[in-house]
Design a protein. Structure first.
Ligand code: NAP
Ligand code: MG
Length: 485
Protein backbone atom coordinates (compact mmCIF):
# COMPACT_ATOMS: atom_id res chain seq x y z
CA UNK A 1 0.00 0.00 0.00
CA UNK A 2 1.32 3.39 -0.98
CA UNK A 3 2.33 6.03 1.56
CA UNK A 4 1.28 9.41 0.21
CA UNK A 5 2.89 12.73 1.04
CA UNK A 6 1.92 16.32 1.64
CA UNK A 7 2.65 19.14 -0.82
CA UNK A 8 4.60 22.15 0.42
CA UNK A 9 6.28 24.69 -1.86
CA UNK A 10 6.12 22.33 -4.83
CA UNK A 11 7.72 19.38 -2.99
CA UNK A 12 5.93 16.21 -1.90
CA UNK A 13 7.32 15.52 1.56
CA UNK A 14 6.64 13.58 4.77
CA UNK A 15 5.04 15.26 7.76
CA UNK A 16 7.36 16.26 10.60
CA UNK A 17 5.15 14.15 12.90
CA UNK A 18 6.59 10.96 11.37
CA UNK A 19 3.09 9.45 11.70
CA UNK A 20 0.59 8.26 9.13
CA UNK A 21 -3.07 7.21 8.96
CA UNK A 22 -5.04 5.03 6.57
CA UNK A 23 -8.02 5.74 4.33
CA UNK A 24 -10.55 2.91 3.98
CA UNK A 25 -12.83 1.79 1.20
CA UNK A 26 -16.23 2.06 2.96
CA UNK A 27 -17.72 -0.81 0.92
CA UNK A 28 -14.98 -3.30 1.81
CA UNK A 29 -13.48 -1.75 4.98
CA UNK A 30 -10.06 -2.37 3.41
CA UNK A 31 -7.36 0.33 3.52
CA UNK A 32 -6.51 1.93 0.19
CA UNK A 33 -3.64 4.23 1.11
CA UNK A 34 -1.50 5.68 3.87
CA UNK A 35 -1.36 9.45 4.48
CA UNK A 36 0.70 11.88 6.51
CA UNK A 37 -0.61 12.95 9.90
CA UNK A 38 0.24 16.61 9.48
CA UNK A 39 0.72 18.98 12.40
CA UNK A 40 1.13 22.68 13.16
CA UNK A 41 4.79 22.69 12.06
CA UNK A 42 3.72 21.42 8.61
CA UNK A 43 0.96 24.01 8.48
CA UNK A 44 3.41 26.76 9.32
CA UNK A 45 5.78 25.61 6.55
CA UNK A 46 2.92 25.39 4.06
CA UNK A 47 1.61 28.86 4.93
CA UNK A 48 5.12 30.29 4.54
CA UNK A 49 5.37 28.68 1.09
CA UNK A 50 1.95 30.07 0.10
CA UNK A 51 2.90 33.52 1.35
CA UNK A 52 6.20 33.47 -0.55
CA UNK A 53 4.42 32.50 -3.78
CA UNK A 54 1.66 35.10 -3.42
CA UNK A 55 3.46 38.22 -4.69
CA UNK A 56 4.27 36.72 -8.05
CA UNK A 57 0.99 34.83 -8.56
CA UNK A 58 -1.22 37.84 -7.90
CA UNK A 59 0.77 39.81 -10.51
CA UNK A 60 0.10 37.29 -13.26
CA UNK A 61 -2.69 38.69 -15.47
CA UNK A 62 -5.96 36.98 -14.54
CA UNK A 63 -6.60 35.75 -18.14
CA UNK A 64 -3.24 33.91 -17.93
CA UNK A 65 -4.27 32.32 -14.65
CA UNK A 66 -7.49 31.42 -16.44
CA UNK A 67 -5.51 29.62 -19.15
CA UNK A 68 -3.97 27.38 -16.47
CA UNK A 69 -7.45 26.63 -15.10
CA UNK A 70 -8.64 25.73 -18.58
CA UNK A 71 -5.71 23.38 -18.84
CA UNK A 72 -6.79 21.83 -15.53
CA UNK A 73 -10.30 21.38 -16.96
CA UNK A 74 -8.86 19.52 -19.97
CA UNK A 75 -6.71 17.24 -17.80
CA UNK A 76 -9.66 16.54 -15.50
CA UNK A 77 -11.75 15.61 -18.52
CA UNK A 78 -9.07 13.16 -19.60
CA UNK A 79 -8.86 11.69 -16.10
CA UNK A 80 -12.61 11.80 -15.42
CA UNK A 81 -13.22 8.05 -15.41
CA UNK A 82 -10.15 7.21 -13.29
CA UNK A 83 -10.96 9.92 -10.78
CA UNK A 84 -14.62 8.86 -10.62
CA UNK A 85 -13.58 5.29 -9.84
CA UNK A 86 -11.32 6.61 -7.11
CA UNK A 87 -14.25 8.55 -5.62
CA UNK A 88 -16.30 5.32 -5.59
CA UNK A 89 -13.44 3.47 -3.92
CA UNK A 90 -12.69 5.99 -1.22
CA UNK A 91 -16.02 7.73 -0.59
CA UNK A 92 -18.49 5.03 -1.61
CA UNK A 93 -21.02 6.84 -3.83
CA UNK A 94 -22.33 5.05 -6.93
CA UNK A 95 -20.33 5.48 -10.13
CA UNK A 96 -22.77 7.75 -12.04
CA UNK A 97 -22.79 10.13 -9.06
CA UNK A 98 -19.01 9.92 -8.79
CA UNK A 99 -18.76 10.95 -12.44
CA UNK A 100 -20.98 13.90 -11.55
CA UNK A 101 -18.55 14.83 -8.76
CA UNK A 102 -15.73 15.12 -11.30
CA UNK A 103 -17.92 16.84 -13.91
CA UNK A 104 -18.74 19.51 -11.35
CA UNK A 105 -15.02 20.17 -10.91
CA UNK A 106 -14.56 20.37 -14.70
CA UNK A 107 -17.48 22.79 -15.02
CA UNK A 108 -16.14 24.92 -12.17
CA UNK A 109 -12.66 25.06 -13.73
CA UNK A 110 -14.18 26.20 -17.05
CA UNK A 111 -16.44 28.77 -15.45
CA UNK A 112 -13.67 30.23 -13.29
CA UNK A 113 -11.21 30.21 -16.21
CA UNK A 114 -13.67 32.46 -18.06
CA UNK A 115 -13.94 34.63 -14.99
CA UNK A 116 -10.25 35.46 -15.57
CA UNK A 117 -11.42 37.67 -18.45
CA UNK A 118 -14.10 39.36 -16.35
CA UNK A 119 -13.46 39.90 -12.61
CA UNK A 120 -15.58 43.00 -13.17
CA UNK A 121 -15.75 45.97 -10.88
CA UNK A 122 -18.20 48.87 -11.21
CA UNK A 123 -17.73 52.38 -12.46
CA UNK A 124 -20.05 55.11 -11.30
CA UNK A 125 -20.32 58.88 -11.27
CA UNK A 126 -18.58 60.88 -8.59
CA UNK A 127 -20.59 63.56 -6.79
CA UNK A 128 -17.73 65.94 -7.55
CA UNK A 129 -16.53 67.33 -10.89
CA UNK A 130 -13.36 65.99 -12.50
CA UNK A 131 -13.31 62.96 -10.29
CA UNK A 132 -13.56 59.32 -11.37
CA UNK A 133 -14.91 56.49 -9.20
CA UNK A 134 -14.72 52.73 -9.62
CA UNK A 135 -14.29 49.42 -7.83
CA UNK A 136 -11.76 46.69 -8.56
CA UNK A 137 -11.46 43.02 -7.51
CA UNK A 138 -8.38 42.33 -5.40
CA UNK A 139 -7.03 39.05 -4.06
CA UNK A 140 -7.09 38.43 -0.31
CA UNK A 141 -3.74 36.68 0.21
CA UNK A 142 -3.18 33.22 1.64
CA UNK A 143 -6.33 31.12 2.07
CA UNK A 144 -6.92 28.09 4.29
CA UNK A 145 -9.34 25.69 2.58
CA UNK A 146 -11.02 22.96 4.64
CA UNK A 147 -13.40 20.48 3.02
CA UNK A 148 -15.63 17.50 3.88
CA UNK A 149 -15.55 14.03 2.31
CA UNK A 150 -19.00 13.83 0.69
CA UNK A 151 -17.95 15.57 -2.55
CA UNK A 152 -14.25 14.79 -2.38
CA UNK A 153 -13.39 16.48 -5.70
CA UNK A 154 -16.31 18.85 -6.39
CA UNK A 155 -16.19 20.75 -3.09
CA UNK A 156 -12.41 21.31 -3.20
CA UNK A 157 -12.88 22.56 -6.78
CA UNK A 158 -15.51 25.07 -5.63
CA UNK A 159 -12.87 26.61 -3.42
CA UNK A 160 -9.63 26.06 -5.30
CA UNK A 161 -10.61 27.45 -8.72
CA UNK A 162 -12.16 30.76 -7.59
CA UNK A 163 -9.35 31.09 -5.03
CA UNK A 164 -6.76 30.80 -7.80
CA UNK A 165 -8.47 32.94 -10.44
CA UNK A 166 -8.69 35.82 -7.97
CA UNK A 167 -4.91 35.64 -7.40
CA UNK A 168 -4.77 34.04 -3.96
CA UNK A 169 -2.51 31.21 -2.88
CA UNK A 170 -3.69 28.52 -0.47
CA UNK A 171 -3.12 25.67 1.95
CA UNK A 172 -5.70 22.92 1.52
CA UNK A 173 -6.68 20.53 4.31
CA UNK A 174 -8.87 17.76 2.88
CA UNK A 175 -11.17 15.52 4.93
CA UNK A 176 -9.36 12.61 6.55
CA UNK A 177 -11.88 10.17 5.03
CA UNK A 178 -10.96 11.11 1.44
CA UNK A 179 -7.29 12.13 1.27
CA UNK A 180 -6.57 9.98 -1.79
CA UNK A 181 -9.13 11.81 -3.96
CA UNK A 182 -7.65 15.09 -2.74
CA UNK A 183 -4.07 14.00 -3.49
CA UNK A 184 -4.94 12.84 -6.99
CA UNK A 185 -6.87 16.04 -7.70
CA UNK A 186 -3.97 18.23 -6.55
CA UNK A 187 -1.52 16.20 -8.67
CA UNK A 188 -3.65 16.90 -11.73
CA UNK A 189 -3.67 20.63 -10.94
CA UNK A 190 0.10 20.50 -10.53
CA UNK A 191 0.35 18.98 -14.00
CA UNK A 192 -1.89 21.74 -15.36
CA UNK A 193 0.84 24.23 -14.51
CA UNK A 194 -0.05 25.84 -11.21
CA UNK A 195 3.29 27.20 -9.99
CA UNK A 196 5.14 25.83 -6.97
CA UNK A 197 4.02 27.21 -3.63
CA UNK A 198 0.75 28.63 -4.99
CA UNK A 199 -1.05 25.49 -3.90
CA UNK A 200 -0.11 23.46 -0.84
CA UNK A 201 -1.84 20.53 0.78
CA UNK A 202 -1.48 19.17 4.31
CA UNK A 203 -3.40 16.03 5.32
CA UNK A 204 -4.19 15.22 8.94
CA UNK A 205 -6.84 15.79 11.55
CA UNK A 206 -9.07 18.79 12.06
CA UNK A 207 -7.47 19.43 15.41
CA UNK A 208 -3.82 19.11 14.33
CA UNK A 209 -4.02 20.67 10.86
CA UNK A 210 -7.38 22.46 10.57
CA UNK A 211 -7.18 24.49 13.76
CA UNK A 212 -3.59 25.75 13.32
CA UNK A 213 -4.42 26.63 9.71
CA UNK A 214 -7.45 28.69 10.70
CA UNK A 215 -5.52 30.38 13.51
CA UNK A 216 -2.36 31.14 11.52
CA UNK A 217 -1.66 34.87 11.46
CA UNK A 218 -0.60 34.83 7.80
CA UNK A 219 -3.77 33.08 6.66
CA UNK A 220 -6.07 35.97 5.76
CA UNK A 221 -9.02 34.02 4.39
CA UNK A 222 -10.67 30.76 5.45
CA UNK A 223 -13.18 28.80 3.43
CA UNK A 224 -14.82 25.91 5.23
CA UNK A 225 -17.48 23.38 4.28
CA UNK A 226 -18.60 20.90 6.91
CA UNK A 227 -20.69 20.47 10.03
CA UNK A 228 -22.23 23.28 12.02
CA UNK A 229 -20.32 22.33 15.17
CA UNK A 230 -16.95 22.59 13.49
CA UNK A 231 -18.12 25.73 11.68
CA UNK A 232 -18.74 27.38 15.04
CA UNK A 233 -15.26 26.41 16.26
CA UNK A 234 -13.78 27.86 13.06
CA UNK A 235 -15.55 31.18 13.57
CA UNK A 236 -14.08 31.40 17.06
CA UNK A 237 -10.55 30.46 16.00
CA UNK A 238 -10.51 32.65 12.89
CA UNK A 239 -11.55 35.87 14.59
CA UNK A 240 -11.71 38.78 12.16
CA UNK A 241 -10.38 36.97 9.08
CA UNK A 242 -12.49 36.70 5.94
CA UNK A 243 -14.40 33.49 6.69
CA UNK A 244 -16.74 31.53 4.43
CA UNK A 245 -18.90 28.82 5.99
CA UNK A 246 -21.06 26.23 4.20
CA UNK A 247 -22.63 24.17 6.98
CA UNK A 248 -25.37 21.59 7.39
CA UNK A 249 -28.96 21.30 6.26
CA UNK A 250 -32.27 19.68 7.12
CA UNK A 251 -33.91 20.17 3.77
CA UNK A 252 -37.55 19.54 3.00
CA UNK A 253 -39.73 18.69 0.05
CA UNK A 254 -43.32 19.94 0.22
CA UNK A 255 -45.78 17.68 -1.62
CA UNK A 256 -49.07 19.54 -2.18
CA UNK A 257 -52.41 17.81 -2.83
CA UNK A 258 -52.30 18.98 -6.47
CA UNK A 259 -48.76 17.65 -7.09
CA UNK A 260 -47.77 15.13 -9.73
CA UNK A 261 -47.22 12.41 -7.12
CA UNK A 262 -45.17 10.17 -9.37
CA UNK A 263 -42.77 13.04 -10.07
CA UNK A 264 -42.66 14.00 -6.39
CA UNK A 265 -41.94 10.39 -5.40
CA UNK A 266 -38.93 10.23 -7.73
CA UNK A 267 -37.75 13.58 -6.35
CA UNK A 268 -38.06 12.36 -2.76
CA UNK A 269 -36.15 9.17 -3.55
CA UNK A 270 -33.35 11.00 -5.33
CA UNK A 271 -33.17 13.72 -2.69
CA UNK A 272 -33.49 11.43 0.30
CA UNK A 273 -31.43 8.42 -0.66
CA UNK A 274 -29.07 9.66 -3.40
CA UNK A 275 -25.47 9.68 -2.11
CA UNK A 276 -26.93 7.55 0.73
CA UNK A 277 -28.41 10.76 2.15
CA UNK A 278 -24.92 12.18 2.68
CA UNK A 279 -25.50 15.51 0.97
CA UNK A 280 -25.83 18.83 2.70
CA UNK A 281 -28.87 19.32 0.43
CA UNK A 282 -30.38 15.86 1.05
CA UNK A 283 -34.18 15.83 1.32
CA UNK A 284 -34.39 14.45 4.83
CA UNK A 285 -37.96 15.72 5.38
CA UNK A 286 -40.99 15.13 3.19
CA UNK A 287 -43.78 17.51 4.15
CA UNK A 288 -46.94 16.10 2.64
CA UNK A 289 -50.50 17.43 2.36
CA UNK A 290 -52.95 15.31 4.40
CA UNK A 291 -55.18 14.69 1.35
CA UNK A 292 -52.44 12.75 -0.43
CA UNK A 293 -50.52 11.47 2.58
CA UNK A 294 -51.73 7.85 2.49
CA UNK A 295 -51.26 7.44 -1.21
CA UNK A 296 -47.88 9.16 -1.27
CA UNK A 297 -46.62 7.16 1.71
CA UNK A 298 -47.54 3.93 -0.07
CA UNK A 299 -45.83 5.01 -3.29
CA UNK A 300 -42.70 6.12 -1.47
CA UNK A 301 -42.48 3.05 0.76
CA UNK A 302 -42.85 0.71 -2.22
CA UNK A 303 -39.97 2.38 -3.97
CA UNK A 304 -37.75 2.63 -0.86
CA UNK A 305 -38.16 -1.09 -0.19
CA UNK A 306 -36.90 -1.84 -3.69
CA UNK A 307 -33.71 0.26 -3.40
CA UNK A 308 -30.70 -2.01 -3.64
CA UNK A 309 -27.74 -1.40 -1.38
CA UNK A 310 -24.23 -2.43 -2.36
CA UNK A 311 -20.86 -1.28 -3.58
CA UNK A 312 -20.95 1.95 -5.55
CA UNK A 313 -18.87 0.19 -8.19
CA UNK A 314 -21.71 -2.19 -9.10
CA UNK A 315 -24.20 -1.02 -11.72
CA UNK A 316 -27.06 -2.70 -9.85
CA UNK A 317 -26.53 -0.57 -6.72
CA UNK A 318 -28.89 2.29 -5.89
CA UNK A 319 -27.54 3.15 -2.45
CA UNK A 320 -23.86 2.82 -1.53
CA UNK A 321 -22.28 2.58 1.91
CA UNK A 322 -22.01 5.35 4.50
CA UNK A 323 -18.59 6.91 4.90
CA UNK A 324 -17.42 5.08 8.03
CA UNK A 325 -18.39 3.02 11.06
CA UNK A 326 -19.16 6.09 13.18
CA UNK A 327 -21.66 7.25 10.55
CA UNK A 328 -23.49 3.89 10.72
CA UNK A 329 -23.68 4.23 14.49
CA UNK A 330 -24.93 7.81 14.27
CA UNK A 331 -27.65 6.95 11.74
CA UNK A 332 -28.77 3.99 13.84
CA UNK A 333 -28.80 6.11 16.98
CA UNK A 334 -31.30 8.40 15.23
CA UNK A 335 -33.43 5.39 14.28
CA UNK A 336 -33.66 4.56 17.97
CA UNK A 337 -34.47 8.16 18.82
CA UNK A 338 -37.22 8.27 16.17
CA UNK A 339 -38.84 5.12 17.57
CA UNK A 340 -38.68 6.48 21.11
CA UNK A 341 -40.20 9.76 19.98
CA UNK A 342 -43.19 7.87 18.59
CA UNK A 343 -42.55 8.14 14.87
CA UNK A 344 -43.60 5.09 12.84
CA UNK A 345 -40.81 3.19 11.11
CA UNK A 346 -42.14 2.17 7.69
CA UNK A 347 -39.02 0.45 6.40
CA UNK A 348 -35.29 0.08 6.96
CA UNK A 349 -33.95 1.02 10.36
CA UNK A 350 -30.99 -1.31 10.64
CA UNK A 351 -27.53 -2.07 9.36
CA UNK A 352 -27.46 -5.26 7.28
CA UNK A 353 -25.12 -8.01 8.48
CA UNK A 354 -22.38 -7.71 5.89
CA UNK A 355 -18.94 -6.21 5.40
CA UNK A 356 -18.96 -2.48 4.67
CA UNK A 357 -20.56 0.54 6.29
CA UNK A 358 -24.07 -0.06 4.96
CA UNK A 359 -27.41 1.03 6.35
CA UNK A 360 -30.85 0.19 5.02
CA UNK A 361 -32.80 3.01 3.37
CA UNK A 362 -35.05 4.13 6.20
CA UNK A 363 -38.45 5.81 6.12
CA UNK A 364 -40.25 7.26 9.14
CA UNK A 365 -43.82 8.50 8.94
CA UNK A 366 -46.16 10.25 11.41
CA UNK A 367 -43.23 12.44 12.34
CA UNK A 368 -43.94 15.78 13.99
CA UNK A 369 -41.85 18.83 13.38
CA UNK A 370 -40.63 19.08 16.97
CA UNK A 371 -39.07 15.60 17.01
CA UNK A 372 -35.30 15.41 17.02
CA UNK A 373 -35.33 13.29 13.85
CA UNK A 374 -37.14 16.19 12.16
CA UNK A 375 -34.77 18.82 13.52
CA UNK A 376 -31.25 17.40 13.53
CA UNK A 377 -29.06 16.54 10.58
CA UNK A 378 -28.76 12.73 10.39
CA UNK A 379 -26.61 12.68 7.22
CA UNK A 380 -27.68 9.22 6.18
CA UNK A 381 -30.45 7.38 4.29
CA UNK A 382 -33.27 8.41 6.65
CA UNK A 383 -36.33 10.32 5.48
CA UNK A 384 -39.02 11.70 7.81
CA UNK A 385 -42.59 12.22 6.56
CA UNK A 386 -44.53 15.02 8.21
CA UNK A 387 -48.23 15.55 7.43
CA UNK A 388 -49.70 19.07 7.11
CA UNK A 389 -53.16 20.51 6.45
CA UNK A 390 -52.27 23.32 4.05
CA UNK A 391 -49.48 25.34 2.47
CA UNK A 392 -49.15 27.77 5.39
CA UNK A 393 -48.53 24.90 7.74
CA UNK A 394 -46.12 23.30 5.27
CA UNK A 395 -44.07 26.48 5.10
CA UNK A 396 -44.10 26.79 8.91
CA UNK A 397 -42.76 23.24 9.17
CA UNK A 398 -40.21 23.92 6.44
CA UNK A 399 -38.95 26.99 8.32
CA UNK A 400 -39.21 25.47 11.81
CA UNK A 401 -35.60 24.30 11.91
CA UNK A 402 -32.29 25.97 12.63
CA UNK A 403 -30.83 25.33 9.16
CA UNK A 404 -31.74 26.96 5.85
CA UNK A 405 -30.00 25.37 2.89
CA UNK A 406 -32.27 23.77 0.29
CA UNK A 407 -36.03 23.33 -0.15
CA UNK A 408 -38.49 22.15 -2.74
CA UNK A 409 -42.20 22.20 -3.52
CA UNK A 410 -44.18 19.94 -5.82
CA UNK A 411 -47.38 21.61 -7.00
CA UNK A 412 -49.19 22.42 -10.23
CA UNK A 413 -50.52 25.69 -8.82
CA UNK A 414 -48.35 28.70 -9.63
CA UNK A 415 -49.69 30.51 -6.56
CA UNK A 416 -48.45 27.75 -4.23
CA UNK A 417 -45.08 27.85 -5.95
CA UNK A 418 -44.75 31.63 -5.70
CA UNK A 419 -45.78 31.66 -2.03
CA UNK A 420 -43.19 28.96 -1.30
CA UNK A 421 -40.47 30.91 -3.11
CA UNK A 422 -41.41 34.05 -1.21
CA UNK A 423 -41.72 32.56 2.25
CA UNK A 424 -39.33 29.65 2.63
CA UNK A 425 -36.19 30.52 4.59
CA UNK A 426 -33.50 28.78 2.55
CA UNK A 427 -30.70 29.57 0.14
CA UNK A 428 -32.23 27.35 -2.55
CA UNK A 429 -35.84 26.65 -3.52
CA UNK A 430 -36.68 24.19 -6.26
CA UNK A 431 -40.12 23.97 -7.89
CA UNK A 432 -41.16 20.52 -9.13
CA UNK A 433 -37.63 19.25 -8.71
CA UNK A 434 -35.75 17.69 -5.79
CA UNK A 435 -33.61 19.56 -3.22
CA UNK A 436 -30.39 18.63 -4.97
CA UNK A 437 -28.86 19.48 -8.32
CA UNK A 438 -27.11 22.84 -8.21
CA UNK A 439 -25.36 24.19 -11.28
CA UNK A 440 -21.93 25.80 -10.99
CA UNK A 441 -22.78 29.16 -12.58
CA UNK A 442 -25.47 29.84 -9.97
CA UNK A 443 -24.72 30.75 -6.37
CA UNK A 444 -24.99 28.01 -3.74
CA UNK A 445 -25.38 28.42 0.00
CA UNK A 446 -27.83 28.90 2.83
CA UNK A 447 -29.27 31.08 5.55
CA UNK A 448 -29.60 30.74 9.34
CA UNK A 449 -27.35 28.06 10.87
CA UNK A 450 -26.23 26.85 7.44
CA UNK A 451 -24.08 29.99 7.22
CA UNK A 452 -24.64 32.82 4.78
CA UNK A 453 -21.78 32.18 2.38
CA UNK A 454 -22.45 31.84 -1.35
CA UNK A 455 -20.12 29.71 -3.40
CA UNK A 456 -20.04 29.06 -7.16
CA UNK A 457 -21.03 31.54 -9.85
CA UNK A 458 -20.04 35.16 -9.60
CA UNK A 459 -20.81 35.21 -5.88
CA UNK A 460 -18.19 32.49 -5.46
CA UNK A 461 -15.68 34.91 -6.91
CA UNK A 462 -16.67 37.48 -4.30
CA UNK A 463 -15.94 34.95 -1.55
CA UNK A 464 -12.32 34.84 -2.63
CA UNK A 465 -11.69 38.48 -3.39
CA UNK A 466 -12.00 41.90 -1.82
CA UNK A 467 -13.56 44.96 -3.36
CA UNK A 468 -11.28 47.95 -3.58
CA UNK A 469 -12.92 51.33 -4.06
CA UNK A 470 -10.85 53.74 -6.17
CA UNK A 471 -11.24 57.53 -6.49
CA UNK A 472 -9.17 59.45 -9.05
CA UNK A 473 -9.35 63.20 -8.67
CA UNK A 474 -8.09 65.05 -11.76
CA UNK A 475 -9.45 68.50 -10.81
CA UNK A 476 -6.09 69.68 -9.48
CA UNK A 477 -7.90 71.09 -6.43
CA UNK A 478 -8.61 69.83 -2.92
CA UNK A 479 -12.21 68.63 -3.27
CA UNK A 480 -14.12 67.44 -0.23
CA UNK A 481 -17.00 64.98 -0.53
CA UNK A 482 -20.17 65.96 1.36
CA UNK A 483 -18.61 69.35 2.13
CA UNK A 484 -17.90 71.19 -1.17
CA UNK A 485 -20.99 72.50 -2.88
P1 NAP B 1 -16.84 17.98 9.62
O1 NAP B 1 -16.68 16.92 10.61
O2 NAP B 1 -17.25 19.33 10.08
O3 NAP B 1 -15.45 18.06 8.83
C1 NAP B 1 -15.23 18.93 7.77
C2 NAP B 1 -13.75 19.28 7.69
O4 NAP B 1 -13.37 20.00 8.85
C3 NAP B 1 -12.85 18.06 7.64
O5 NAP B 1 -11.76 18.34 6.78
C4 NAP B 1 -12.39 17.94 9.08
O6 NAP B 1 -11.18 17.25 9.25
C5 NAP B 1 -12.25 19.40 9.45
N1 NAP B 1 -12.24 19.67 10.88
C6 NAP B 1 -12.74 18.89 11.89
N2 NAP B 1 -12.54 19.49 13.08
C7 NAP B 1 -11.91 20.67 12.84
C8 NAP B 1 -11.43 21.74 13.66
N3 NAP B 1 -11.58 21.72 14.98
N4 NAP B 1 -10.83 22.81 13.06
C9 NAP B 1 -10.69 22.85 11.73
N5 NAP B 1 -11.10 21.86 10.90
C10 NAP B 1 -11.72 20.79 11.44
O7 NAP B 1 -17.90 17.56 8.51
P2 NAP B 1 -17.99 16.18 7.74
O8 NAP B 1 -18.55 15.16 8.65
O9 NAP B 1 -16.71 15.91 7.06
O10 NAP B 1 -19.03 16.56 6.61
C11 NAP B 1 -20.40 16.49 6.79
C12 NAP B 1 -20.97 17.86 7.12
O11 NAP B 1 -20.65 18.78 6.11
C13 NAP B 1 -22.48 17.84 7.18
O12 NAP B 1 -22.91 18.62 8.27
C14 NAP B 1 -22.89 18.50 5.88
O13 NAP B 1 -24.15 19.08 5.88
C15 NAP B 1 -21.81 19.48 5.69
N6 NAP B 1 -21.71 19.87 4.29
C16 NAP B 1 -22.14 21.12 3.93
C17 NAP B 1 -22.11 21.51 2.61
C18 NAP B 1 -22.56 22.89 2.20
O14 NAP B 1 -22.17 23.33 1.14
N7 NAP B 1 -23.39 23.58 2.97
C19 NAP B 1 -21.62 20.64 1.64
C20 NAP B 1 -21.22 19.37 2.04
C21 NAP B 1 -21.25 19.00 3.37
P3 NAP B 1 -11.14 15.66 9.52
O15 NAP B 1 -11.74 15.02 8.31
O16 NAP B 1 -9.69 15.39 9.65
O17 NAP B 1 -11.93 15.41 10.76
MG1 MG C 1 -12.41 6.36 3.41
Amino acid sequence: MKTNRILIGGKWIASSSGKTFESLNPATERPIGRFQEGNSADVDKAVRAAKAAYGKWMQIPAPKRGAILLNAARLLMKEKENLARLVVQEMGKVLPEARGDIQEAIDTAEYMAGEGRRLFGHTTKSELPDKFAMTARMPVGVFGLITPWNFPVAIPSWKIFPCLICGNTFVFKPASDTPLCATRFIQILEKAGIPKGVMNMVTGSGKDVGTPLVRHKDVLGVSFTGSRDVGELITKSAGVKKVGLELGGKNGIIVMDDADLELAMHGAIWGGYGTTGQRCTAASRVIVHQKVKKKFERMLANRVKRLRIGSGASSSTDVGPLINRAAVEKVHHYTEIGKEEGARLVCGGKAPKRTGFFYEPTLFTDVTSDMRIAQEEIFGPTVCMITVRNLDEAIDVMNGISYGLSSSIYTKDIRNAMLAIGNIEAGLTYVNSSTIGSEVHLPFGGVKQTGSTREAGIEGVHEFSETKTVYIDYSGKLQKAQIDT
